[in-house]
Design a protein around this ligand. Structure first.
Ligand code: HEM
Length: 516
């Protein structure tokens, strides 16, 4: 997912197109064309996009800058700067490999709907073969196995969310003066539990003990951070492979193996239950097809990544932003008050949550400013073209050769003034009200927190329901949520931590002041 990070990590010396540069770019591009590429290039009237320049051989200066920006927790700001200098679509050659990066919705639509695939080698030491790393028939089978989890048993999913969320809320401090708490790590634990409950079934959650869960969570974060940094090395991802990385992967694997082992042992008991009593549990369905522990582990791990990290990031950014914007927090609390079941003891139901229009607008806006999967990449299965980005005006098609990567940065696209107007950088849930917002009347492919096309997120509704429930309950429990983190001047200077997902480098430090 983080290929874009390496693709775009280039200093742009070049700011304007001089004829000489354009001419050289054309020669380089033309020289590398095969007969088939050549035919497509001419037939589609392709043009070269702006090219990122580097000063050191193999563009090593750019890799260094990307790693430095990552350490400073500002790699996405670095990407934004590059785009400001190059425009929405650009070409780079890193460690000898050509790639294209884009934030143009038209191009992203083309990438997600056509001849592109995921690139998985980098992820395999951690994720093995699961829905995120598979393609073709294998991917389809995984998706088909997972879909019923989110179609058939949605009420059961909601019951699991409710139960676990209530335990979580009861574990939070309840001092009348309000206690400082960093909710971000807590949200990661909470979403680990909810995802497990749904995918594995409550009984199979192997390690309820705190140390095992914490060790797993730390190792999972560490291993993901390695994957992200390996991605920045492109085809040379394997250079970043050390004992720390392998240990993290091993710890993660052994935790999930424990769950699989327990589930396999319990399988006989479940089979003894009548069909009606059984609900669809992903791991159980998978076990009907295979008992291979590695296969079971890989699948489970992929979905854990999908379900735990993304939703935890959404919750964390939402509470941060609500704490920083008192007026929006109060407006949302007012909407909570209008629920038939308002009060610490009253649990909102699914239908009530779905009717909360302001909450919907808040979540949309948080996902716009902080999409949990901010950068992504696809590899061309065949030589093809992107509709836009070539030539001096950026309006000509761009040739993509078989095997080349195209990175896309949803984070940068979600902040484009062309789509979201001059307030693109600000937290304004109202932009999602019926009135079309400045700059665009419908964001369409310009709004992609859950991806689009055939590989669109399967857990979208589940995630939104879970986030809605927890946010509403927090607002019911606490009359004020006070921001206690480091203050930054704008959303663009917010320090972040980018593994495969986007979390806040400052956590979610707030003071929770209970209702009297
Ligand atoms: C706010 C929360 C979430 C966000 C923003 C989100 C976002 C995404 C994105 C961007 C992708 C595309 C990844 C890619 O193809 O490179 C994706 C895929 C996926 N998501 Fe989510 N997700 C969220 C929550 C969940 C949850 C809770 C689950 C399930 C427990 C889930 C399950 C999946 C699965 C299975 C895929 C792979 C789909 C496929 O490749 O066919 N997601 N999600």
């Amino acid at each position: 997912m983080d290929q874009w990070a390496y693709n775009s990590s280039h200093t742009v010396v070049h700011t304007h197109h001089c004829i000489h540069t354009t001419f050289c770019t054309l020669i380089i591009q033309r020289a590398a064309l095969t007969n088939k590429d050549d035919e497509i290039y001419h037939r589609q009237d392709c043009r070269a996009p702006t090219r990122l320049r580097s000063r050191w051989p193999l563009a090593l200066d750019l890799i260094t800058q990307a790693f430095k920006a990552d350490r400073a927790h500002e790699i996405l700001h670095f990407f934004l700067e590059l785009i400001q200098q190059t425009g929405k679509t650009f070409e780079q050659v890193l460690l000898g490999a050509r790639g294209i990066d884009t934030i143009d919705p038209l191009n992203i639509e083309a990438i997600l709907n056509s001849q592109f695939t995921v690139r998985a080698h980098n992820f395999q030491p951690l994720l093995g073969h699961g829905i995120f790393t598979q393609d073709g028939e294998q991917w389809r089978t995984s998706r088909d196995l997972l879909r019923p989890q989110f179609m058939q048993s949605r009420s059961e999913n909601f019951a699991s969310i409710q139960e676990i969320a209530e335990q979580f809320l009861n574990s939070l401090p309840n001092d009348p003066e309000g206690v400082l708490v960093d909710l971000q790590p807590q949200f990661f634990k909470l979403t680990l539990q909810t995802t497990m409950a749904v995918l594995v079934g409550r009984s199979s959650q192997a390690h309820d003990d705190k140390i095992a869960v914490d060790t797993f969570a730390d190792a999972f974060n560490e291993a993901q951070h390695y994957l992200a940094r390996r991605g920045r090395l492109g085809n040379f991802y394997w250079l970043l492979d050390n004992r720390k990385f392998r240990n993290s992967c091993e710890l993660v694997h052994s935790y999930v193996d424990g769950i699989v082992q327990k589930a396999l042992a319990e399988k006989t008991n479940l089979e003894a239950q009548s069909g009606e009593e059984q609900r669809y549990v992903f791991l159980q369905a998978l076990m009907c097809r295979t008992q291979d522990r590695k296969v079971l582990r890989d699948h489970l791990l992929n979905i854990l990544l999908a379900g735990r990290d993304t939703t935890a990031c959404l919750l964390s950014w939402t509470i941060r932003l609500l704490a920083q914007h008192k007026d929006i927090q109060e407006k949302l609390r007012d909407e909570c008050r209008s629920l038939p079941s308002f009060g610490a003891a009253a649990l909102p139901d699914k239908a009530e949550l779905k009717r909360m229009t302001y909450l919907d607008m808040v979540l949309r806006e948080v996902l716009r400013l902080y999409p949990p999967v901010p950068v992504n990449v696809r590899t061309a299965l065949q030589t093809t073209t992107l509709p836009r980005g070539g030539g001096a005006d950026g309006l000509s098609p761009v040739l993509i050769r078989r095997g080349e990567d195209v990175g896309y940065c949803v984070y940068a696209m979600h902040r484009a003034e062309e789509i979201y107007g001059t307030t693109a950088d600000q937290f304004q849930p109202e932009r999602w009200s019926d009135t079309p917002f400045e700059g665009s009347d419908a964001a369409g492919w310009g709004y992609l927190p859950f991806n689009g096309g055939p590989r669109t997120c399967l857990g979208r509704d589940f995630a939104l329901l879970e986030a809605s429930y927890i946010i509403v309950r927090l607002l019911q429990f606490y009359r004020d949520i006070v921001f206690c983190g480091s203050t930054v001047s704008s959303a663009s200077t917010q320090k972040h931590s980018l593994t495969l997902v986007l979390s806040s480098a400052d956590g979610c430090k707030v003071r929770l002041v209970p209702q009297q």
